[in-house]
Design a protein around this ligand. Structure first.
Ligand SMILES: [Zn+2]
Length: 366
């Protein structure tokens, strides 16, 4: 048995004699090597980002990439006269990726050595290997989710959003309103679950329970009438944020038990967690019930505890808790709330299933 290599999340390309056959400054009509376009597009469709570290004139090189129809595929291109190790480090920093997930391809051994001298974590490939990359395990994620396929689009949307925020004058709430945020909560299907698995693995700090439900666990519950598995996506006028949350709820008569709530740290600043909790509380109120959330403090989910407290959850005792049995055994707390009606969010619009209606149907005898 061999360990699977760490997946590459971003491949950084040299241009001259790597992407194209020649030197742009000597030949303004330099052409792509065969197969390069296909490789870039294939990696992009797998959710592997492409970037550039090239010693070239920026305007000239970018215009040429536009002419070749490839410019849109590259994020944070570093084209100039600096060291390639600096370019690679800059790309990793802007993407917030560890260097172990960055790869670099260049025809010059000296450039590869320079990059590796500053960080041996970056995997370097010779330009002659370009055609093999898509066959290598480090470039081959097992599951390519909907979000992975449009990862570049999501990053590019976030760059535009961040740039707009930099120049926005006014309160944060006004900026949020200007985004036209739409949160979509839906009952999960099989496809959604592959998206949220990635999410729950990456967002442990926002996992309120500190308990991981595997993809298989959640799949089993999809058909269970007592459970709701819900996924949350967020979109705004700049583009998609992708899947940003997952929620597992077990219904008891008069009591809804929130067993899992994980939201992406990417959307904390948009207040997505609070909007989601308020929606759930309102639904529970319409069903006339109490709400209990599992919570286990970890050193990374303090934000979630604050969100629960802010929403009104307490550790106070309530008769409804007897249904759930003892919680304290392994540090698990039951945070409790008598659900009350909540106002809709003023910063985003929401589409969601009507849980309350289904709940009434579920508890009605006969
Ligand atoms: Zn209660």
């Amino acid at each position: 048995m061999t360990d699977k290599p760490t997946l590459v999340k971003c491949l950084v390309w040299d241009l001259d004699n790597t992407v194209w056959d020649g030197t742009l400054l000597e030949d303004p009509d330099v052409e792509l090597f065969p197969g390069i376009r296909e490789t870039i597009i294939e990696l992009d469709s797998r959710g592997v980002l492409n970037s550039i570290a090239s010693k070239n004139d920026y305007d000239l090189a970018w215009k040429h990439l536009e002419k070749l129809g490839l410019a849109e595929y590259f994020v944070h291109p570093q084209i100039g006269w600096g060291r390639k190790s600096d370019s690679v480090a800059e790309i990793a920093e802007r993407l917030n990726f560890a260097l172990t997930t960055i790869a670099f391809i260049d025809d010059l051994p000296t450039e590869r050595a320079e990059v590796n001298y500053h960080s041996d974590a970056v995997r370097c490939y010779d330009a002659t290997q370009a055609g093999e990359l898509t066959g290598l395990p480090e470039f081959s994620p097992e599951i390519v989710t909907v979000d992975a396929r449009r990862r570049r689009e999501m990053y590019q949307a976030s760059f535009r959003r961040d740039a707009e925020k930099e120049t926005f004058n006014g309160p944060d709430e006004d900026f949020l309103r200007s985004l036209d945020l739409v949160m979509a909560i839906k009952r999960a299907d099989e496809v959604d679950l592959s998206r949220v698995e990635e999410l729950t693995l990456r967002t442990s700090q926002m996992n309120a329970t500190g308990v991981h439900y595997s993809d298989a666990d959640l799949r089993k519950l999809l058909a269970d009438p007592d459970h709701e598995v819900l996924t949350v996506t967020l979109t705004d006028r700049f583009g998609p944020h992708g899947a940003v949350g997952v929620l597992l709820l077990e219904r008891h008569p008069r009591l809804w038990h929130l067993k899992l709530l994980a939201t992406s740290c990417r959307v904390v600043t948009f207040g997505a967690g609070a909007v989601l909790l308020n929606w759930l509380i309102d639904e529970a109120a319409r069903a006339g019930g109490h709400l209990v959330a599992d919570f286990r403090a970890t050193d990374r989910n303090r934000m979630m505890e604050i969100a629960y407290r802010f929403a009104g959850f307490t550790t106070d005792a309530c008769d409804c808790l007897t249904v759930l049995g003892e919680a304290a055994a392994d540090g698990l707390q039951h945070l409790h709330l008598v659900a009350d009606r909540r106002d809709a969010s003023t910063t985003m619009s929401l589409t969601a299933p009507e849980l309350a209606v289904a709940a009434e149907t579920a508890v009605r005898p006969g």
